[in-house]
Design a protein around this ligand. Structure first.
Ligand SMILES: CCCCCC/C=C\CCCCCCCCCC(=O)SCCNC(=O)CCNC(=O)[C@H](O)C(C)(C)COP(=O)(O)OP(=O)(O)OC[C@H]1O[C@@H](n2cnc3c(N)ncnc32)[C@H](O)[C@@H]1OP(=O)(O)O
Ligand SMILES: CCCCCCCC/C=C\CCCCCCCC(=O)OC[C@@H](O)COP(=O)(O)O
Length: 290
């Protein structure tokens, strides 16, 4: 009887393997599906541990969540090459800003997440079953993207409490996932927050996923992700009038780093050729690279 089940299991695995080999779409759906299942199951198992160890919603739970999520990369053959971790060693709170390419970012996030750091997330994630529960227990700050005034109010509250609680806040300034290999224009919330709390901004850049992950092409293979934590940008003495400049400065540094890490030409270099080349391609027309 047990041997029968084993043979059935082996046959199903073999069939799935064959299907994945034959069809990129099946391969993509199964790998993404497996990521979802892993997140849902691990969240369900980790939530009671967080409750038992730390008693409720607290940033301390992020250490437990981080330990679990850091193991996910082995299932998908992902490798991280990290540079500049010492830039996280600032005294006290800071705002960390990074590019946001896909839900796979959770693995990259947890790979380098410093202690006492919470993320800003869209409030819809709170209702994502066990994943919502674990995110809630980790102390994630939820914002309503459909209401600028309510999002601003939450951010203003965070600016007041982050210094008292000595926490770092991780924001995805693009405000949505973007897997084009370039950056979307930055929203200013993170930078208002940094100026209001008078804390540094630490930019973090992940290389483009487009060589191994592209939903439009049903591509999801193993791959290497280069990560660079850039030096903190101070905001002491800056006022709300400086927010736009601060946003632009961060955007330009991060875009330049994204292109460098992804092996693309420097976006700021001037093309000497008469014909447009890769350097000349304007920021929003990046489909050619995906
Ligand atoms: C154990 C296993 C577990 C496995 C699974 C779980 C794995 C890990 C779990 C833990 C990790 C969870 C992490 C989850 C991450 C989720 C990521 C996301 O959800 S990304 C989406 C949500 N985040 C954001 O949107 C942040 C970026 N957005 C902003 O900062 C925006 O600015 C805003 C949301 C605050 C407002 O956006 P919007 O309404 O579109 O308005 P804007 O155009 O940006 O601004 C309008 C004007 O208002 C000014 N402004 C903005 N913010 C402020 C402010 N705080 N104070 C004052 N003024 C502000 C802005 O400057 C604009 O004015 P202007 O005159 O045009 O300059
Ligand atoms: C009872 C309800 C059950 C609902 C089940 C939902 C299951 C969800 C399961 C697994 C999801 C794993 C993903 C982990 C968290 C990913 C965070 C993320 O990447 O959010 C995207 C958000 O930043 C921006 O969203 P948009 O690009 O604007 O969209």
């Amino acid at each position: 009887m047990e041997l029968g089940w084993l043979l059935w299991g082996a046959a199903v695995l073999l069939l799935l393997h064959l299907l994945m080999e034959l069809s990129p779409a099946v391969n993509f759906v199964l790998r993404v599906g497996f990521y979802y299942v892993l997140c849902i199951v691990c969240s369900g198992l980790t939530a009671p541990v967080c409750l038992l160890v730390n008693g409720g919603r607290t940033v301390k739970n992020m250490r437990i969540i981080k330990t679990v999520v850091k193991s996910f990369k082995y299932f998908f053959g992902l490798r991280f090459e990290v540079k500049g971790l010492e830039n996280f060693e600032v005294e006290g709170p800071a705002i960390i800003v990074s590019n946001h390419q896909s839900m796979l970012d959770m693995m990259g996030l947890m790979e380098i997440l410093p202690d006492d750091c919470v993320q800003v997330a869209k409030k819809e994630l709170m209702y994502a079953g066990t994943v919502g529960l674990i995110i809630y227990l980790g102390g994630v700050i939820f914002i309503n993207r459909k209401s600028t005034s309510s999002a601003k109010m939450v951010m203003a509250e965070v600016a007041k409490t982050m210094t008292a609680d000595n926490v770092k806040v991780w924001v995805y300034p693009e405000g949505t996932r973007n897997c084009t290999g370039d950056l979307l224009p930055f929203k200013k919330g993170a930078f208002h927050l940094a100026v209001q709390a008078q804390v540094p901004v630490i930019p973090v850049v992940y290389s483009s996923f487009t060589t191994f992950y592209n939903p439009k092409k049903n591509l999801f293979t193993s791959g290497k992700i280069k990560v660079e934590v850039l030096p903190p940008i101070e905001t002491k003495g800056l006022t709300s009038d400086d927010v736009s400049d601060l946003t632009d400065k961060c955007f330009n540094i991060m875009r330049e780093t994204l292109f460098k890490l992804s092996g693309r030409p420097d976006p700021n270099s001037v093309c000497p050729a008469a014909q447009p080349c890769a350097q000349c391609i304007p920021r929003q027309s990046t489909e050619a690279f995906t």
